[in-house]
Design a protein around this ligand. Structure first.
Ligand SMILES: Cc1cc2nc3c(=O)[nH]c(=O)nc-3n(C[C@H](O)[C@H](O)[C@H](O)COP(=O)(O)O)c2cc1C
Ligand code: SF4
Length: 422
């Protein structure tokens, strides 16, 4: 792969449109750039809550936290109740991922407005931003944005003189990967150990303190003000039919120019790596890319033309996940990469259920034998069998996740594993 022409690659910015352009600590600059226009119109025109949900549904916005679940549909599933909550998931624990931080630090008012619109749509008057504790600047800037928005009448009782009440509080996470999973995040917010809950019931029915709760990712919520200000059709003008809008990707590893970019959904993987990342470093050839973080897939050169949207990725056995694209050059060892991923899962397994607690340790031991040349015939297939058993029997998606990196590594780079295991 030749180094690409960086100037030829163009970003399309929706969630990052103001990042780097406005002072993120200035409410007046944010307002000048359009902040709170959508919520102001919604409350002044006394729009029906169902209309807001319908517009977001029509936009086709899908969750940017990894799974791509349709946001408007999730909101419409929120159970009735006097007390409901909106929780913004800013735990951002996926390796190679820092896209939410760009929004939290670069345009916190956009996120707050997205939460307000979500609250208006589902009938919640309280929102929480659960931010990982290591993100000190994010915490400080979001808190300042909340204080400024409240002082200006955008947040609090009777928002902008209307009957809508909405306030936001920051909760700090303690840095466990599993606490990014929505039910363990809720447990952690309730002051308990971050053990995932069995689903169903889903948070939309039984969430924070037993109340209906909408949990959305930072990037998801940051798309909502644009949709409500400019309309669902405008949003559908970007991206692909089944994955409208944009996605923030982080292009890392063995590339000339590591970067984070916001591009239309459906942008080819090659364009991310060559156009924005500048191609593989030091004249080396492309070997593979880990897409979507530790819970993602390892893809080879055969998938470089893949359009990066939820459905095309799924069809090709990959995922968008968090939007991390970690590039490996020809000298990299896939067995070493996989071992690192499996070590991560073992470390982050909460230990609540046996298949994941025992399975992650078994995967690490076996991949260690393979990379050290101590494995026997059949051990490569046993690696896949263990991950498959974990997928079928683990209590939460963390234990169900190793199958994707394991299967994609073994299927795509089998000879490398067999040589190591021989
Ligand atoms: C182990 C694990 C970690 C996760 N970490 C995050 C995270 O850091 N941020 C996030 O938004 N979603 C994370 N998720 C997904 C959440 O459970 C949830 O689906 C998401 O916050 C929903 O938001 P969305 O619909 O806007 O995508 C994680 C899931 C699992 C299983
Ligand atoms: S699958 Fe793993 S992380 Fe999830 S509950 Fe079981 S032990 Fe905990």
């Amino acid at each position: 792969m030749q180094p690409g022409n960086r100037t030829a690659a163009r970003e399309t910015r929706i969630v990052l449109e103001n990042c780097g352009r406005i002072d993120p600590e200035s409410l007046s600059e944010a307002v000048k750039a359009g902040a709170y226009q959508a919520i102001t119109r919604v409350v002044r025109e006394k729009r029906l809550a169902a209309d807001v949900t319908a517009e977001v549904k029509r936009s086709g916005l899908r969750g940017r936290g990894g799974a791509g679940f349709p946001t408007g549909v999730k909101w419409s599933f929120t159970a009735p109740g006097e007390t409901k909550f909106v929780v913004c998931n800013a735990d951002e624990g996926e390796p190679g991922t820092f896209k939410d931080r760009l929004i939290l630090e670069g345009d916190p008012h956009k996120l707050l407005e997205g939460m307000m619109l979500a609250g208006y749509a589902v009938g919640a008057s309280k929102g929480y931003v659960y931010i990982r504790g290591e993100y000190a600047t994010s915490i400080r800037r979001v808190q300042k944005a909340i204080d400024d928005a409240r002082a200006a009448g955008y947040l609090g009782a009777a928002v902008l003189g209307s009957t809508f009440t909405f306030d936001v509080e920051v909760k700090k996470g303690a840095g466990a990967y599993v606490c990014g999973e929505e039910t363990s995040l809720i447990e952690s917010m309730e002051g308990k150990r971050g053990y995932p809950r069995l689903k169903p019931p889903y948070p939309g029915s039984v969430g924070l303190w037993g109340k209906p709760t909408v949990v959305n990712n930072v990037e998801t919520l940051a798309n909502v003000p644009g949709i409500m200000a400019r309309g669902a059709d405008w949003f559908r003008g970007f991206g692909t039919a089944s994955s409208p809008g944009t996605k923030v990707f982080q292009i890392l590893g063995d590339v000339q120019t590591p970067c984070a970019v916001e591009v239309e959904m459906g942008t080819p993987l090659r364009s991310l790596i060559e156009g924005f990342g500048g191609g593989v470093r030091a004249g080396k050839r492309f070997k593979a890319a880990l897409l979507g973080g530790a819970a993602g897939a390892i893809v080879g050169p055969g998938l470089l033309e893949m359009a990066m949207d939820f459905d095309e990725a799924k069809e090709r056995g990959a995922v968008l996940g968090s939007g991390a694209v970690v590039v490996l050059d020809e000298d990299a060892s896939i067995a070493e990469l996989l071992h690192g991923i499996l070590e991560f899962f073992r470390h982050e397994s909460c230990g609540q259920c046996v298949p994941c607690r025992v399975g992650t340790a078994a995967l690490v031991a076996m991949s260690d034998s393979i990379r050290a040349g101590r494995a026997g015939a059949g051990d490569v297939d046993r690696l896949v069998d263990i991950a498959r058993t974990m997928q079928a029997t683990s209590l939460c998606p963390l234990g169900q996740s190793p199958i994707l990196p394991v299967k994609s590594a073994v299927e795509g780079f089998r000879t490398e594993f067999e040589v190591a295991a021989a």
